[in-house]
Design a protein around this ligand. Sequence first.
Ligand code: AMP
Length: 395
Amino acid sequence: MADRVVTLNAGSSSVKFALFAADADWPRLIVTGAIEGLGAKPRFRVDVVDGEAHDAPLGRKLTHRRAIAAIFEWIEDAYPAAAISAIGHRVVHGGLRFSAPVIVDAETLTALREFIPLAPLHQPHNLAGIEGACEAFPHVPQVACFDTAFHRGHAFVDDAYALPYSYYERGLRRFGFHGLSYEYIARRLRAIDPIHAEGGVIVAHLGNGASLCAMKGGRSIATTMGFSALEGLPMGTRCGEIDPGLLLYLLESEGMTPDELSHLLYERSGLLGLSGLSHDMRALEASEEPRAQAAIAYFIHRTKMEIAALTAVIGGLDALVFTAGIGERSPRVRAGVVEGLAWLGLALDATANARNNPIVSASRSRVPVFVTPTDEEAMIARHTIETAGLSDAGR
Ligand code: AMP
C-alpha cells in the first residue's frame, strides 16, 4: 500500500486538512476537510473524493491542538488501515533562512518562532498546528512548507526597499507570499504548455489574498507582496499598495495606535473598505451599489497596472495565468484585466471566458491566457513526500 500523508493548514480560526496517498507520479487526494469557527461555534466538515460530504457542529470552543487531535481521531476512525507516514504543514514565513521545505526538529521550531513578528496573524497558528501534530504523532516526520520559499532567489532590486542598506542586511526585505500556489501553477503550466512555461509568465493569484508573480523558466523573479502580505494588489480586506506617508499621517496627526492601524490595513480595507458592503467579489458583482462597482474597478485597475510593471521586469510576457477564487471564477475581473492589456497583444475569447475554460484567450491573442485552478495542499503533500523520502518520484 502507498504511504499516506496528511497536510495541515492551521489558520486563526480554522484548521484545514487533507489526506493523500503518496502515489509515484503525484499525490492522490483521498479526503479533504476542515474544522472551522474554532473560537466560537466549531464545525467539522469533510469532503471525501468520490464519496460523501459531512458537515457537523462540534458543540464547544476548541484550541488548535484539540482540533488537530479531533482531525486525527476522525482519520483513524474513517481509515483504520491508513498508516500516516508523514505530515506536511503550511507555514507562511520561512524568513531568509528557508528556501525549501524542511523536516521540523526542535531547533527548526525555535527558528520558526523567531519569524512570528514578521507574520503575527498567521505564523503563531501555523506553529500551533505543528506542535499539535507533533504531540499526536511524535515519531512521524513533520515537514514545514513555506509560502515565502519560492521567492527566495530574487535579485537585489526585486528584494530591497530603498531604506539604508543596513535594513536590507538585517532582513527587512520583500519576501513575497503565495509561493506554494505559484510553485504548483509553474508545474501545471509545464505540463499544459511546456514552451510558454519556459518563457516570461505572470501568474495572478486572485483570491481573498491577492498577489502576482512574474516567473522565467518556472522560477519566481518578482512578486507584488513584499515584507508583509499587505503590499501590492488590493485584497478582500487588505489595502495593498499605499503611500507610507499616509500611515505616518494616521499615526501622528490622527492619533491612531499601531493596533488600530493594523486592524484598519488588514481587516477593514481592500474590497470591503472601498465598497462598505463586502470583502467577497461575488457579493460585489451581484450588487448595483456604485461603491461596489468602484471597488471592482479599483481591483481591476491595480491588477492591470501591476501586470504591466512586472512585464517590464521580465522583459515581455509569454503567458498570463489566472488562479484562486476570483481568478478561476470571475469572467468579469479577467475581462477587465485582459482588455486593459490589449496593447500588450492580449485578446480574450468571450465565450471561453464566460465558461471559465482552461484557455480564455482568443486564437489571435499574441499571449495565451490560462485559467488554472491552484492546489496548495497537493503541493504541500508533494514536498512532504519528497522531503520525508517516501518516494523517489520526480527526483
Ligand atoms: P479564495 O481566497 O481563493 O477562496 O477566493 C475567494 C474569493 O473568490 C472571494 O472574493 C469570492 O467572492 C471569489 N469568488 C469565488 N467564486 C466566485 C465567482 N463565481 N465569481 C466571482 N468571484 C468568486
